[in-house]
Design a binder for this molecule. Structure first.
Ligand code: HEC
Length: 171
């Protein structure tokens, strides 16, 4: 299985009720979903580049799902919004562990060298993402008006980090 189709698989899984949360085996307790999903589909579980890209693909899907509701392009669904933010939270929880020194290059990584020379700042941004996605997840129960500002506060860290630390390639 190629990496490309792997990514699609996780997006499809994510689309069917955010089972993508189970990918990293850490969020089941948050959602109550039982997700025997990934072990067999993860061709290179020890490869940190693939792992972090998969995590980010999940975050991307979650942000898009919630963003569509915030923009009024999809009907508001508090549970979905909460799960989307919990998916991002789970990603933030694990993402920082996927940048060992031997993963600076290779694969089709878009990670910039500055990540390793500014690791404290990089991890700080991950921490912000973790905190704000948690707040946004909790805000979902209060309705769209309470969710929206917390969502905006969350996704601003996506952009902040990508601007500095991601070399976005046209795929
Ligand atoms: C602390 C830094 C940081 C934050 C915060 C962050 N990202 Fe990323 N993101 C990265 C890096 C670095 C890459 C490139 C990883 C690689 O290719 O090795 C990436 C890659 C991606 C990708 C491409 C994944 C792929 O398929 O290869 C998507 C989509 C993405 N991010 C979405 C998001 C979204 C949405 C958020 C916010 C909810 C977010 N990111 C927050 C650093 C970050």
């Amino acid at each position: 299985m190629t990496f490309g189709s792997l990514k699609k698989t996780s997006l499809v899984l994510a689309a069917t009720g955010f089972v993508g949360l189970g990918i990293y085996g850490m969020a089941n307790h948050l959602t109550g979903l039982s997700t025997p999903v990934r072990a067999d589909t993860m061709s290179k579980p020890a490869d940190p580049i693939h792992a972090r890209q998969e995590m980010m693909a999940t975050a991307g899907f979650a942000a898009k799902t919630a963003g569509a509701m915030v923009k009024g392009k999809a009907p508001w669904d508090a549970r979905k919004a909460e799960l989307a933010m919990r998916a991002i939270n789970a990603v933030a929880y694990g993402f920082g562990h996927k940048f060992p020194d031997n993963s600076k290059t290779g694969g089709d990584t878009e990670a910039k060298a500055e990540i390793w020379s500014e690791m404290d700042n990089f991890k700080h941004l991950i921490h912000e993402l973790e905190e704000h996605s948690e707040k946004a997840a909790k805000a979902a129960a209060g309705g769209l008006d309470s969710f929206k500002p917390e969502f905006v506060n969350t996704v601003k860290y996506c952009k902040q980090c990508h601007k500095k630390y991601r070399d976005i390639k046209k795929k």
